[in-house]
Design a protein around this ligand. Sequence first.
Ligand code: GLU
Length: 420
Amino acid sequence: MVQEVCVSPLLTEMHQRIERACAFLAVEPYLCSLLKSCQRELIVSFPVKMDSGDIQVFQGYRVHHNIIRGPAKGGIRYHPEVNLDEIQALAMLMTLKCAVVNIPFGGAKGGVVCDPHQLSPRELENLTRRFATEISILLGPETDIPAPDVNTDAQVMSWFMDTYSMHKGYSVLSVVTGKPLIIGGSQGRQEATGRGVAYLTYFITQEMKLPLRGARVVVQGFGKVGYPAAKILQEEYGCKIIAVADLGGGVVNEEGLEVRALREHVEKEKTVAHFSQGETIPREAIFDIPSDIFIPAALENQIDEETAQRLHCKLVVEGANGPTTEEGDRVLQEKGITLVPDILANAGGVVVSYFEWVQGLQSFFWNEEEVNLRLKLIMSNSFKQCFSLARHHDLSLREAAYLVAIERIGEAIKVRGIYP
Ligand code: GLU
């Protein structure tokens, strides 16, 4: 599958957000240009043997946005709409995300244009191993460390790690993160993004004096981020998860949905729709359910001008990358809805990826309690920093997070100097 049209509104918006932050910080113009471009972009086309005996050609990308603060870090997604602009924008988000939470990585993203739901397990493995080989000129624990993203998981990372290790002739644990525990994965990594979203929800609601016990939460997306976020908010913070939507539809129950039971339903039915504990709604209707907290945990560009108008909530916590457009941001602000931005709210995943990388390099592994404690500490410090900056300068949390990140990257560039 080869993607021909390449237009991502997210990239344009990233440019605008970076420009505004750079203007506020009055950084030298070259820094702004540097941050708006990507350092390296690899486009690959490669053949894959299908079960039918046919050979199909796929297109994929791996982009390094900026590696000044450390190796390029970021997920790999499999989706029919993957395109270079989107991958560039997502790589930029990764650089900023790693800088906000102050972990020593640069930003990367990768993707293959494909519909993984149409591929058999063998085809998925063939595609993954060949893609890993095609981008292997970039990969390595000191250079570029992939992780799961949309439609990729621990199994895909396992094939990545195995392919890379086969070429090397020995096992290289830290070439990917988000891999299974048995081959050097980290405790807590699978739920880390959702756990981070839950922590940030807790920190911000403390400031807003919004009690989490009994708070009504609506979640868009019930995958790697939405499910653990909903589960932890329900089980550890006493929230009521009143509506959830995914690609197949939505389900609502004002009394609250039992998240683990909903997950069991999804394992069988592949969608939250028709869950017996609630009423089924079309997936777009998720924006019309009044709540206290709305968590977009699906794809980008979901909260735009129109859907933001429909949202009735006090708080949005961005579990997905880039779920709110510039217009969406403006409408939410006009409506007085607080927003915790993606680069802060969903950084839990890459923070535990960092822990996984460190554990793999040292071959010394931590227990789940230790992982979660360290995660909470990093998320709490990062939140406090962004929150106090936002308060001090009367900025949105997104603007504050961009300032924290860009200031850190700028300082790193300055102190390293321009080569030669
Ligand atoms: N794909 C996740 C993200 O967007 C995780 C990236 C990583 O752990 O490297 O943050």
